[in-house]
Design a protein around this ligand. Structure first.
Ligand SMILES: O=C([C@H](O)CO)[C@H](O)[C@H](O)COP(=O)(O)O
Length: 197
C-alpha cells in the first residue's frame, strides 16, 4: 500500500467509526425514549431468576457471552447454551436470547423447548412479531437492522452489525443497573472473575 492509499484508508476507517457511533447513538436514544418498561422488566427478570441461560447464534451469541460474564460477576447462576457444562433448562429458569431476526432456526427451536418446560424467555430482537418474539415473556425491541436487511435503510453497516453492538450495550446497561442496585463494590465482585486465565 502506498502512502496516499494508507492515508485514504485511515480517513475511511475514521469516517466509519463516526457512522457506527452515530447509529449506536440513535439506537440508545430510541431505547431511552421508549414508553414501555421492557429494559427494567428485563433487569427484574434476570435478577429474580434461579438460573439464567444465554443463547444466540453467530455474532449475536458472541455479543451475549459478554453479558453472561457480567451476570456471573454479579453472582447469578449463568450458563451459556452449547457449552458442554450447560445443564437442562427447567421451569422458572430464564433463557436470555439475542436474535436480530428472531427467525434463526436453532435459536427458535431452543426457545420453543425452553418455553415448553416452563422457562421464561427474555428476547433481544429487532422483530417483536417474529417466532422468537412471540415466545418471549419480555422483549427488548432494538431498532436496528436484522442480518438480511441489506437495503441499508436502518443501518449502513454490514448485516446485523448494529444489532450485535446494541446487544452488548443493552447487556452492559442491564448489568450496570443491577450492579448499582445491589450496593456491591467492584472489589466485592472481582473475586468471581476467572483466576485460571
Ligand atoms: O452472525 C451473525 C451476523 O449477523 C452475520 O453477519 C448473526 O448474529 C447470526 O447469523 C444470528 O442471526 P440472528 O439470530 O438473526 O441474530
Amino acid at each position: 500500500m502506498n502512502e496516499t492509499t494508507t492515508t485514504q484508508t485511515r480517513l475511511a476507517v475514521a469516517d466509519a467509526i463516526g457512522i457506527i457511533t452515530a447509529e449506536n447513538g440513535r439506537v440508545v436514544d430510541a431505547l431511552r425514549a421508549a414508553s414501555d418498561s421492557s429494559l427494567d422488566d428485563a433487569g427484574a427478570l434476570l435478577a429474580s431468576a434461579p438460573r439464567v441461560f444465554v443463547l444466540g447464534a453467530g455474532r449475536s451469541g458472541l455479543a451475549l457471552k459478554m453479558t453472561a460474564m457480567r451476570l456471573m460477576h454479579l453472582g447469578l447462576d449463568v450458563h451459556v447454551v452449547g457449552e458442554v457444562t450447560s445443564p437442562a433448562i427447567t421451569a422458572g429458569d430464564v433463557l436470555l436470547v439475542a436474535s436480530g431476526s428472531g427467525t434463526t432456526g436453532a435459536i427458535v427451536r431452543a426457545a420453543e423447548t425452553a418455553h415448553g418446560v416452563g422457562a421464561s424467555i427474555l428476547a433481544l430482537t429487532t422483530a417483536p412479531e417474529s417466532p422468537l418474539g412471540r415466545l418471549a415473556a419480555v422483549t427488548v425491541v432494538i431498532p436496528a437492522a436484522a442480518k438480511q436487511d441489506h437495503a441499508g435503510q436502518v443501518s449502513a453497516q454490514y448485516s446485523g452489525g448494529l444489532f450485535e453492538q446494541s446487544v452488548l450495550l443493552v447487556g452492559d446497561a442491564i448489568f450496570h443497573a443491577l450492579w448499582q442496585a445491589s450496593g456491591a463494590t467492584a472489589e466485592q465482585l472481582w473475586p468471581r472473575h476467572a483466576n485460571l486465565e
